[in-house]
Ligand binder design. Structure first.
Ligand code: SF4
Ligand code: SF4
Length: 92
């Protein structure tokens, strides 16, 4: 089963949290490939670190189950959403 992403776009709006994606920073921590509709304009060619299932298959399939890896990623998504929500409150 593929990783379920709700397309909130928050990870793509906080790419400074990872050194891997620093080349994609448009200058404000948002990926230059994120569209106004929160979609990835290079989705089919996105880097492997943006592709949960491809990353799992290449690096982690012998270390943990896909379900475990999806669970860890969903936890990371929730963490991103919480941080983003806290940040929004600071701007209010
Ligand atoms: S934070 Fe998670 S749910 Fe939101 S776009 Fe990124 S991968 Fe998808
Ligand atoms: S390349 Fe696509 S999936 Fe990766 S951070 Fe940018 S917009 Fe998000």
């Amino acid at each position: 089963m593929e990783f379920e992403c709700d397309k909130c776009g928050i990870c793509c709006k906080n790419i400074r949290m990872s050194d891997l994606s620093s080349d994609f920073d448009r200058g404000d921590g948002v990926c230059k490939h994120l569209t106004a509709e929160n979609l990835c304009e290079i989705y089919s060619e996105r880097p492997i670190f943006c592709n949960v299932d491809a990353y799992y298959e290449k690096f982690l399939s012998k270390k943990m189950s896909r379900e475990e890896y999806h669970k860890l990623n969903h936890e990371a998504c929730e963490w991103f959403k919480k941080i983003d929500s806290e940040r929004q409150k600071c701007y209010l």
